[in-house]
Ligand binder design. Structure first.
Ligand SMILES: [Zn+2]
Ligand SMILES: [Zn+2]
Length: 348
């Protein structure tokens, strides 16, 4: 009697994801098939993912053309568990991070100039494709940054957006060791900005609100604390000779406008806190002393690699609150409350 071999039914590997199905929808924990990496892509077993305020773009449908369902998350730390074809620079088992810079096209005018940060077709994890609020994530290889052994996953995650933004803005600001550099806002961005500025050898003035922030600001490396509730921060900076650089991290255009006069001659006001209101400044304020105002947006995967490496070397670490990934909704609400000290991180 002929026997017929029946192949066992292939088991489909499933994973859990936290997705948003529509603008303003709640986080839904659902099962999906574990995806396979395509050419030039890797699959990452996600270990931790930071919850960033920019996740609101996905949650509330604020990014033009975003498609649903979508899994947010652009502060991803994990382990490569499968590589697609044509991937040669990365191997399975390697710890990697993915930040805001989720891949570039290599062909646009900016990429041809090597300015990948400003790629005209920049991809963003959690917006252009599914991000890190899931157990397994697919990412293009040009979005990967290796994570040094001494950084824990949950520590590395916030460095891939909040960390790189402050680190990269400061290192390109033109400030030299010993220069007076003010960090406005001691929050998710600012508490990292103070640490990086201190490790870069600047004379760091932290501009915060309330006396209770002073102890923390000094612990993070500030040599001067200016309480915006008790004094005029611009005047206080002028008493110190004026700041060479002011890194504005707190999302308040009003507070930013009031601080511009704290710049010294040739000083630069670097804006990284996102708001939709105009910053007010007169031409005279800028002309007197030849002052600059500049915005700064994160950086490339190579910049992320530099950020992680510098943090590992120097001891810069984010202060974090950890939530299990199944509580993504709770973690997101905590981040939105503005009360987190200072970055919220999901662990898988
Ligand atoms: Zn972010
Ligand atoms: Zn490009």
């Amino acid at each position: 009697m002929a026997t017929m071999k029946v192949a066992p039914k292939a088991e489909v590997a499933v994973m859990k994801v936290a997705q948003i199905s529509q603008p303003h929808g709640d986080f839904e924990i659902v099962e999906r098939e574990v995806p396979a990496p395509g050419p030039g892509q890797v699959r990452i077993k996600v270990q931790a993912c930071g919850v960033c305020h920019s996740d609101v773009l996905t949650k509330d449908g604020l990014w033009p053309g975003i498609q649903y369902p979508r899994i947010p998350g652009h502060e991803v730390a994990g382990i490569i568990d499968e590589i697609g074809s044509a991937v040669t620079a990365w191997k399975t088992g390697q710890r990697v991070g993915v930040g805001w810079h989720g891949g570039h096209d290599n062909t646009c005018r900016q990429c041809r100039r090597g300015d990948f940060r400003n790629c005209e077709n920049l991809k963003i994890p959690g917006i252009s494709y599914d991000g890190g609020y899931q157990q397994y994530m697919i990412a293009p290889e040009d979005a990967l940054a290796p994570i040094p052994d001494s950084l824990k996953d949950a520590e590395a995650a916030p460095l891939l957006c909040a960390g790189i933004t402050t680190y990269n803005a400061l290192r390109h600001s033109g400030a030299l060791p010993g220069d007076l550099v003010a960090i406005q806002g001691i929050g998710g961005l600012g508490h990292l900005g103070v640490q990086f500025a201190s490790k870069f050898g600047y004379n760091v003035a932290a501009v915060g609100r309330g006396a209770e922030t002073e102890f923390l600001a000094r612990k993070l490396g500030a040599s001067v604390y200016i309480d915006g509730e008790k004094s005029n921060p611009a005047q206080e900076l002028q008493k110190l000779g004026g700041a060479q650089v002011i890194l504005a991290t707190a999302p308040s255009s009003k507070a930013m406008s009031a601080l511009i006069d704290g710049l010294g001659p040739n000083g630069k006001f670097v804006v990284i806190g996102v708001t939709f209101d105009p910053i007010e400044v007169t031409p005279l304020q800028l002309i007197t002393g030849s002052k600059n105002i500049q915005g700064w947006a994160t950086g490339s995967a190579a910049d992320e690699e530099d950020t992680l490496h510098f943090a590992a070397l120097s001891g810069v670490r984010p202060m974090i609150e950890i939530y299990p990934f199944e509580k993504a909704g709770e973690a997101y609400a905590r981040m939105m409350s503005g009360k987190a000290q200072f970055r919220v991180v999901l662990t898988m």
